[in-house]
Design a protein around this ligand. Structure first.
Ligand code: ZN
Ligand code: ZN
Length: 365
């Protein structure tokens, strides 16, 4: 993407954010969460505090990023600081604001909050508001969706190749290493999270770390992986069976697959996250499997692997067009194994589009 049009994208995002804070009658916003800073300015460094007011848009960074910040963040003023960055941001607000200034309670440490208050002085009222930038970036434009589609394809290619290596005697660890290596070779800047390969009874642990356990015959194996491509994540899960699956395993698999389809069928703008979750859970209940579904149905996906909206029992997220979510129902039966199927889905005005295309039927290897 040429630098000029990229700068326009960041300028548009900053002005959308400014409109929001002005509509909320807020005097400004401070955000240091790297995915948010990157979304708003293009700056990819680890140390950046972004300050937005009705008048100013300033990125505070330190001397390590002097060159990089000025190259990447073209739409904002860059200030290279020798003091702590939250102190710098607080000072910039000193004496200027009657309206409250927003900070993120989720991404501001107690020490940083203290720095802000010390530096700004008593004239500034600090207000904790969660997820302002996250809400904005949860809705993706077509250029972001195109990158996420590529990130999904990349994960699928790596998994398809590695599935050919699955056979009794191979270590989970080796398969996870092969997946991550192949994603890197295909252009990913890294794995979106530590790859999960969990076989046999270990597949009953939803977040199993790959171990030195060897794959055995007649086992389920869960693969959960994702790539980071140009700052965007994919997140894909497939479950395979080594050898011919029993009728019981096929029935379980069918129920999980249909639970995912049930969630997708009601996913659309305006529906709430809890309803999507309930659709998946309801399908598993019909097969008496709901008690084995121990996590939520899905989550937003983008610059981070877990974003808003949440698709969970108590979720109040209202789904919007342009959001990308995972749908990942699963069942986990202690001592036996687990099954999870996860795809990355774009919410469209009238329907959904799956970014992941890999075969969802039970693969017997
Ligand atoms: Zn996943
Ligand atoms: Zn996921």
């Amino acid at each position: 993407m040429p630098a000029r049009s990229a700068a326009n994208i960041f300028a548009r995002r900053v002005s959308a954010l400014r409109q929001r804070i002005e509509a909320a009658e807020v005097g400004g916003l401070v955000d240091a969460h790297p995915p948010n800073v990157q979304y708003l300015t293009g700056f990819t460094g680890s140390a950046g505090v972004f300050l937005l007011t009705p008048r100013d848009a300033i990125l505070f960074t330190d001397s390590r990023y002097r060159i990089q910040a000025r190259e990447e963040a073209r739409n904002v003023e860059v200030r290279v600081e020798s003091v702590r960055l939250h102190t710098a941001a607080g000072k910039a607000l000193r004496g200027r604001h009657r309206r409250p200034v927003i900070y993120s309670p989720e991404h501001t440490s107690v020490a940083q909050r203290h720095e802000l208050a010390q530096a700004s002085g008593r004239g500034v009222r600090w207000m904790a508001v969660e997820g302002v930038v996250e809400e904005l970036r949860s809705v993706k434009d077509e250029s972001e969706i195109a990158v996420m589609r590529e990130a999904a394809r990349l994960a699928e290619e790596a998994l398809s190749e590695v599935l050919k290596l699955v056979k009794p005697g191979v270590e989970e660890n080796d398969l996870a290493a092969e997946i991550e290596y192949r994603m890197r070779r295909k252009g990913a800047s890294g794995a979106a999270f530590p790859t999960i390969v969990a076989s046999g009874p270990r597949a009953a642990l939803p977040h199993a770390q790959p171990s030195r356990k060897r794959i055995a015959k007649n086992e389920l194996v869960v693969f959960d992986l994702g790539a980071i491509l140009r700052g965007y994540c994919s997140d894909l899960t497939r479950t395979v069976h080594v050898g011919r699956a029993s009728a019981r395993v096929r029935e379980w698999y069918r129920a999980v697959l249909e639970a995912q389809a049930a969630a997708r069928a009601i996913l659309r703008p305006g529906v709430d996250g809890a309803a999507v979750d309930a659709a998946a859970r309801g399908r598993l209940r019909r097969s008496g499997l709901a008690r084995y579904f121990t996590h939520s149905t899905g989550h937003g996906l983008g610059r981070e692997v877990h974003e808003i909206p949440r698709l969970a029992r108590l979720s109040r997220s209202v789904i919007r067009a342009g959001q990308v979510v995972t749908l990942e129902p699963g069942i986990y039966i202690q001592g036996v194994g687990g099954i999870r199927i996860e795809d990355d889905i774009v919410v469209r005005e009238n329907g959904t589009e799956s970014l992941t295309q890999l075969n969802r039927e039970l693969l017997e290897l």
